[in-house]
Design a protein around this ligand. Sequence first.
Ligand code: RB5
Length: 148
Amino acid sequence: MLVIASDHGGLELKEEIKGLLAEKGVACEDLGTGSGESVDYPDFGQLVARRVSDGSARLGILVCGTGIGMSIVANKFPGVRAALATDVFMATMAKEHNNANILVLGGRVLQAGLAREMVSAWLETAFAGGRHQSRLDKITALESELKL
Ligand code: RB5
């Protein structure tokens, strides 16, 4: 199960991505926003990050105007590895090296076609493991330490 959300700045691109996910047969739950009215990105970013953090969703996608605000919010949650990507290489590496469980996109930055390619690359790329897993383990250790 994949969860997706946006603010008003990411709404149009989110709808495009939902179309792509439907074409691919990827089940997706939209946690809002559902209108173009101005909203605050932390309110919607936290909905997706909470679900990925508690394990009730395996993957998430967040879209705001730039992707920056959503990234900041999502990475506050334990176990979340949210990656802001602006091209296909970054989206691919976000999974291959960082095992990013949330992909963050900027609705005012990306053309729809590029964003579709990025989402496809992120979904279809496998995590490489090995030395990259050791690095993720260090992030997990930091999360525990910083909670003290
Ligand atoms: C909303 O205007 C905008 O600030 C938001 O979508 C996002 O870009 C924040 O990082």
